[in-house]
Design a binder for this molecule. Structure first.
Ligand code: ATP
Ligand code: MG
Length: 369
């Protein structure tokens, strides 16, 4: 909790990393994709600032001709296949649906973003293919899926995921310059490796954040229902705090084991943020948020601290939401109190919440439709 006393900590401008030759990289990739697509190297030559340029033939070979058995899943962008490239590396290959301009735009944004951004909690782009009408992206392969597709995760793993995802977002918001607004944060876009290290994926909707005195960028509202900040939906004004809200929804999912939006639930329980509001607004009821599948195996105090962080991220007013740097610091503190079976599942009663937290919980306006 005490780490929230630093929520107004000024950002250290020295920590920001300017995109090195961002515009050069950008034009190089645009050139590569749009102008040189008929001039592809047979063995996946390096281009576009670090990503391999693959031929369609190579990616067909990698996926055994896009065999159904190699299909991992399908999203709005297209189908995702597991494959092996020549180096022997296992990869995930995303094939764009051939239906329109929007996907093509997202392909380009995704390439540019992932070529320029590098962090342990962002998925790595290994390469791409732009041949004829075909657009494919080749990523490092991430082997685990978040629930509900797999076994329920234990408390410590949930915190590990929350912390890694927070670090990835902090990098986008507070380290790179200009900041990047991710815009599509949801659990489906947090991929996990063998050791449950999380990495953010899907940068097709990402936007460069406001620069100078601007407080936001105006855009068409994009994102996923259940995760979008209400202020962004209402105004189309996007800033880094829109991501902070979505991160709050992901935290809620991790705490409760529920999905952000679940049509199989009764009316009134379908939207997680609506269902959870009475619990989030009353610290005596925080424990009622806990996923029943955790079976009480969590440190009570840490759960309450994480609920406070979640509540702040979901604040109705964007400027009242914490920065991702502060969220990361707070989750780091939560992570320092892991669940140890038989020792800390019944910790002493909570001390009163810090002033700023109780103020946000008293806020009657903290509502979303
Ligand atoms: N790098 C990867 N490694 C392993 N699996 C991946 C990788 N990228 C995507 N997937 C899997 O492929 C499936 C589809 O992912 P995709 O990102 O296309 O859609 P989505 O994020 O679920 O939804 P949408 O993109 O429509 O919002 C998901 O199950 C995802 O876990
Ligand atoms: Mg995705």
């Amino acid at each position: 909790m005490s780490c929230f006393s630093c929520s107004s900590r000024p950002k250290d401008p020295r920590k920001r990393i300017a995109y090195t030759n961002a515009s050069q990289s950008l034009s190089r990739v645009v050139d590569t994709i749009e102008c040189e697509k008929n001039n592809l190297s047979p063995d996946g030559e390096r281009s576009g600032g670090g990503a391999h340029k693959f031929t369609l033939r190579q990616l067909a070979a990698a996926t055994e001709n896009f065999r159904e058995a190699n299909l991992i899943g399908e999203g709005g962008f297209g189908r995702v296949y597991k494959g092996h490239i020549n180096s022997g590396q296992i990869v995930a290959i995303k094939q764009l649906n051939r239906n329109g301009q929007q996907g093509s735009q997202e392909f380009l944004v995704e390439c540019l973003m992932l070529i320029m951004l590098h962090h342990t909690n962002l998925v790595s782009l290994i390469g791409y293919c732009a041949e004829g009408q075909e657009r494919l992206l080749v990523y490092e392969y991430m082997s685990q899926d978040l629930p509900p597709k797999r076994e329920p995760l234990d408390w410590n793993t949930r915190i590990k995921i929350a912390l890694g995802a927070a670090k990835g977002l902090t990098y986008l918001h507070d380290v790179v310059n200009p900041p990047v607004i991710y815009r599509d944060l949801k659990s489906a876009n947090i991929l996990l490796d063998d050791e449950f290290n999380p990495k953010l994926s899907d940068f097709g909707l990402a936007k460069l954040g406001p620069v100078g005195d601007d407080t936001h960028v105006s855009t068409r509202v994009m994102g996923t229902y259940g995760y979008c900040a209400p202020d962004y939906i209402m105004s189309g004004k996007l800033n880094v705090k829109s991501d902070v809200y979505s991160f709050g929804v992901v935290l809620l999912e991790l705490i409760t084991g529920r999905q952000a939006f679940d049509v199989s639930k009764e009316f009134g329980e379908q939207k997680l943020i609506v269902w959870s509001r009475p619990f989030l607004n009353d610290r005596r009821r925080f424990v009622q948020l806990a996923d029943p599948l955790l079976q009480g195996r969590y440190p009570r105090r840490a759960l309450c601290q994480l609920s406070v962080v979640t509540s702040l991220c979901l604040h109705e007013k964007p400027h009242m939401r914490p920065t991702m740097s502060d969220v990361t610091a707070a989750i780091d503190y939560v992570a320092s109190q892991p669940y140890i079976p038989g020792t800390n599942c019944s910790t002493p009663p909570l001390s009163p919440p810090p002033k700023d937290v109780s103020a946000s919980n008293r806020n009657e306006d903290n509502k979303e439709d």
